[in-house]
Write a protein that binds this ligand. Structure first.
Ligand SMILES: [Zn+2]
Length: 413
C-alpha cells in the first residue's frame, strides 16, 4: 500500500502540464448560471464527463435538476465513484459554475483564456472552484492510470448552481439522492482556505437577513411637522439595530473569525426622487451572522422591541420580515475528517493545521445540516470573484496529494 501511495504522490508531482491543460479547457467553457446571465453548466459537465470516461471511470451518475431557463433544460450534477477496498468513501465536492468577470478593463488578459505566469494561472474560475475540480480530476486520472485500488472508496461530486443558491446543485442532489451519502463517510469541500493551506473550516455562523419597512406620513419638506419622516425613523432604527443587537448578543467564541456575532444594516432602498419631500416610506436590510449559541428567535424578539421604541419616538409603523434564514453549522473537533485532514496536511505541507469558524456560507452547511461531518479545506490565495483571479499549479497538485494521503492511509480515520 505504501508503494502505491508513493507512486501516486510522485506521479501527481509531475502533472504540472496536465493542470494547465485542464484549467485552460475548463476556463474556456464559461459556466454561468441563468441568474448570472448564462446558459448553465452543461458544456462544462460534458467536458468533465469525457475526461472521467477517458480514464476508465464507468460509475458516473447524473443528478440533473430541471431548469427551463437554460437551453439544455437541465442543470447538470455529476457523481463519479471509484470503488476502494472499503465501502467507506472520501467525498470531494467541486462546483462547475463561476461568477461573471465583472469590469473587463480591470483584467490584464481575457478572463476566459488561461494566462500562465510562472506557477500561477489567471482566468475566471481558476481558483473558484476549478482548482478543486482540477485536483479531483488529477487524482482520478492518477489512480486509474496506475491501476491502483484505493483503501477508501472515492466519490467525486461536480455541482451546478453553487454561486446562485445551490437549489439546482448540492441541495438538489441531497434531496433526490440522499442514499449516496452515509454518516460514516468523509466529506471535504475544497472551496475556501488559506494561502499556506493551514486552515480547516469547521463551522459557519447562522444567517438571518431582515427587511425593515418603516411607514410614516409624506409631506412637503418645508412643513415637516405635518408629516412623519420615515427615513429619519428608519435611520434611528438602523442605529438601534447596530448598537442594541451588538450589546444584547455580545458573546464571543474564539473558534470564529471575527469572534462575535455581527449585525450589519446595509442595503437601503431608494425613497423620494426629490429633496423637498419628507419620505413616508423607508426600507433597509440588516445582515445578521449569529454564533451557534445565539438563538435567532431571541434576535427577532429584540429587533421587535427596538422597533416598538422607535415607533413610539417617531410616530411611525415598523414592519420586520425575514428575507433569509440559515442555522449555524459546525462539526465536532473530534470528527475523523479533521484528524485525517490534519495528518495529511502535516505530511504534504509540513505544517500544523488549525480549525476555524467563519461568517460566510459554503455548501458544507447543507451537508452538516444532514448530519454529514463536512470540512472545508484547500490551499488558496484568496482571489475568488476578483479580476485577475489566480490559482497556483503547485497548490493544485499538493491539494490532490493531501486527498491521496487520506484515501490511501485510512489509519487516521
Ligand atoms: Zn466557490
Amino acid at each position: 500500500m505504501h508503494k502505491d501511495m508513493d507512486a501516486l504522490l510522485r506521479g501527481l508531482a509531475g502533472r504540472e502540464d496536465r493542470v494547465v491543460a485542464l484549467q485552460s479547457a475548463l476556463t474556456a467553457c464559461p459556466a454561468l448560471g441563468p441568474d448570472n446571465g448564462g446558459d448553465g453548466e452543461e458544456a462544462k459537465a460534458a467536458l468533465i464527463t469525457q475526461w472521467l470516461e477517458a480514464c476508465g471511470i464507468t460509475d458516473i451518475l447524473r443528478v440533473d435538476a430541471p431548469d427551463s431557463r437554460v437551453s439544455s433544460g437541465q442543470r447538470p450534477n455529476l457523481v463519479a465513484r471509484i470503488p476502494g477496498r472499503k465501502k467507506r468513501t472520501l467525498w470531494l465536492f467541486g462546483h462547475m459554475d463561476v461568477v461573471p468577470p465583472g469590469d473587463l478593463s480591470a483584467w490584464v488578459s481575457d478572463p476566459w483564456q488561461v494566462r500562465r505566469e510562472g506557477d500561477l494561472l489567471y482566468g475566471r474560475g481558476v481558483e473558484d472552484n476549478q482548482q478543486a475540480v482540477t485536483s479531483m480530476l488529477l487524482l482520478a486520472e492518477e489512480l486509474r492510470q496506475r491501476g491502483v485500488t484505493p483503501e477508501l472508496s472515492l466519490g467525486l461530486v461536480f455541482m451546478a448552481d453553487e454561486e446562485t443558491g445551490s437549489a439546482y446543485g448540492l441541495e438538489h442532489i441531497l434531496k433526490t439522492a440522499p442514499e449516496l451519502f452515509s454518516a460514516d463517510d468523509l466529506y471535504i469541500v475544497p472551496d475556501s482556505g488559506s494561502r499556506r493551506g493551514d486552515v480547516i473550516e469547521v463551522a459557519e455562523k447562522g444567517q438571518l437577513w431582515l427587511k425593515v419597512r418603516t411607514t410614516g406620513v409624506q409631506c412637503h419638506a418645508s412643513t415637516p411637522h405635518k408629516g412623519r419622516n420615515a427615513f429619519l425613523a428608519g435611520a434611528d432604527m438602523a442605529l438601534a439595530c447596530h448598537n442594541g443587537l451588538r450589546s444584547a448578543f455580545g458573546d464571543t467564541n474564539t473558534l470564529f473569525s471575527p469572534p462575535t456575532s455581527t449585525f450589519v444594516p446595509g442595503k437601503h432602498e431608494g425613497n423620494v426622487p426629490n429633496i423637498n419631500t419628507v419620505p413616508g416610506s423607508d426600507v433597509f436590510y440588516v445582515d445578521c451572522r449569529l454564533l451557534p449559541q445565539v438563538d435567532p428567535e431571541a434576535v427577532l424578539d429584540k429587533v421587535r422591541a427596538l422597533a416598538a421604541e422607535v415607533e413610539q419616538n417617531h410616530g411611525v409603523q415598523i414592519a420586520i420580515s425575514v428575507v433569509q434564514r440559515q442555522a449555524a453549522s459546525y462539526i465536532a473537533g473530534t470528527s475523523p475528517v479533521i484528524t485525517a485532514l490534519s495528518a495529511a496536511i502535516a505530511r504534504v505541507y509540513g505544517i500544523e493545521a488549525r480549525t476555524l469558524g467563519i461568517g460566510g456560507a459554503t455548501v458544507a452547511a447543507q451537508l452538516r445540516q444532514r448530519g454529514l461531518a463536512a470540512a472545508v479545506w484547500s490551499c488558496l490565495a484568496g482571489t475568488c470573484h476578483q479580476p485577475n483571479e489566480s490559482s497556483s499549479i503547485t497548490a493544485t497538485i499538493k491539494d490532490a496529494q493531501v486527498f491521496t494521503h487520506i484515501l490511501m492511509n485510512p489509519a487516521h480515520v
